[in-house]
Design a protein around this ligand. Sequence first.
Ligand code: SF4
Ligand code: SF4
Length: 185
Amino acid sequence: MKIFEDLQTTAEIALVKNNLAEEIKELGADKLLQCNQCAKCAATCPLVLAGFPFFNKRIIQAILIGARETLLNDISIWACQSCNRCTDLCPRNVNPYEVILATRRMAVREYALPALAVEGIRSLYDVGHAVYLSESGNPRRKLGLPEKPPTTLSFSNALREVQAIMRKTVLADLGIIPMEESANF
Ligand code: SF4
Ligand code: SF4
């Protein structure tokens, strides 16, 4: 199949001329070079519908040609919804979602985080939700629900566990957000 032959060549060039593909593989996307750019993952990706310039297939393509700065300067990798549809559909077991996670790890290592991602990390540490609206208790009350959902917001031990895990990650080493042991307790 011609496109796959072309991609093999592109992948080989990427490995010779830059180390981005190897770096992403080492960061968890070990099946990266199995991608033949068939685009099945793109057909199901919410990022495409939302109009983001980079989504699973295109992120892989950018990695293969060594477009490191282009990827780091774009917020698309942070918009992935973790739905895993792409992984379910990929005929070559590439696990595109894992490619995105590996690319995020590379971005974190280079401090290439958009403000939105930093706020998401801060919120995850403080309340256990990457996205949490402090006013969300009001509509819950109106519906007769407890103000806080039955998540880390309601179970302080669970939140402490989340925080303990986060303190063991590279995020703590990089000091992107303060991670005191007793935040909010
Ligand atoms: S990751 Fe899988 S589904 Fe997506 S383009 Fe590559 S081979 Fe196709
Ligand atoms: S996991 Fe991310 S990249 Fe894959 S289909 Fe869902 S939003 Fe798209």
